[in-house]
Design a binder for this molecule. Sequence first.
Ligand code: HEM
Length: 165
Amino acid sequence: MGGPEIPTRFGRLDAHHASDGVSSADGRLPDGDKDANHIRGIFGPKGFEDRDMVALSGAHTVGMCHGDRSGFEGPWTDDKLLFDNSYFKDLLQKPWTKETNRHGKPQYRSGETMMLTTDMALVEDPAFKQHVERYAADQKSWFDDFAKAWVRLQEFNSGELRDIL
Ligand code: HEM
């Protein structure tokens, strides 16, 4: 998809059986209709700083929201299969209009593309915004920060990982 190379280590074990699963437990995943404080409340306790939170949110440069899943709807960027820094450029440059979508969810629209309230928080909060501006101007700086933050997210709380399957 055009993104950075990311080293991946194997052997992460969060659960022995499906019944041990915690994937839908409250508070593990952020809600798309909340503000900057919520983003910090979710990622801060896991050791992430503002810069990491902005870098990770840039993953929304690929993929899309689905009305039948989250209730939010649409792709963030014009090419949802391309991993580039257009998410950050679009946040700064496109005109965004708040709307309530047909599933009753609040989101922002510009043409066929959308942003969540948490995405917009990255330009509304001055401390977050300086990182958005840097990543919009310098894709390599984002790729470097994203790769590092992704590895930390992937390996959070797990030890004894190995380089091969
Ligand atoms: C503030 C933090 C975040 C919020 C509120 C959030 C919220 C969401 C929501 C609501 C969706 C749409 C789900 C659906 O309807 O199918 C989504 C999709 C997605 N998120 Fe996030 N997310 C956050 C952070 C992240 C992070 C840290 C990553 C990865 C580093 C990420 C990667 C993705 C991707 C790739 C999709 C598209 C999935 C698809 O195309 O099916 N998001 N996110």
